[in-house]
Structure formats: C-alpha cells, structure tokens
Write a protein that binds this ligand. Sequence first.
Ligand SMILES: [Zn+2]
Length: 113
Amino acid sequence: MQNAMQNAELRELKSLLETEKVRLEELLGRTAKHLYRREEPYNADFAEQVVEVENNQVVEALDSNAKIELQQIQAALVRIEQEQYGLCRDCGDTIAIERLKLIPYTDLCANCA
Ligand SMILES: [Zn+2]
C-alpha cells in the first residue's frame, strides 16, 4: 500500500486523525447538551432571549461543522483500514504527504480538490 508513504508517516497521520476524532466527539457531547437544554422555555427577559438565540446559532453552527468533520475523519480512518488512505478519490493518484499533513482527512489530491 501507499508505496510513496512511509509507515511512520501513516502512523503519525492516523494518530492525528484519532486525536481529532476524540476532540470532536467531546465537542459534540457538549453541543448536544447545550442544544437539548434549549428545549426549556426561553428566558422572559427580551435582551437575554436575544443573547440566548445568538448563542444557540453559534452552537448550532459549531455542532454541524463538527459533525461534518467527524464524518470525514471516520471515513479517513476506514480508508486507512482498507489500505485506500492517501489515494485520490477522483483520479486515483497518490495524495502528496504535505497535503495530508495539512488536511489529514482529505480524499482528493491537490489537482482534483
Ligand atoms: Zn486527484
């Protein structure tokens, strides 16, 4: 697999992905709690309501971004298991190691991205 990629580099990228996965799962645990609490009635004070709604929008954005990133990371970890990691989804070329270090979950080479 990945003739161009050293095993040490692959291990490093895998551990980066796993660290990020744990971070995102913790983040999603917190955003889920926050968004769940929102079901409670809003604060009666209008100014505080506005702040609360704005906070919720921030948390919602954070939550959906984290979900997307987590999916990408999980897919990348599956590709490592299947020995497909580091290969471009579109053209099948090897993705440059510099690019993988920057975006460990990418499945597109610089040309196809
Ligand atoms: Zn490509």
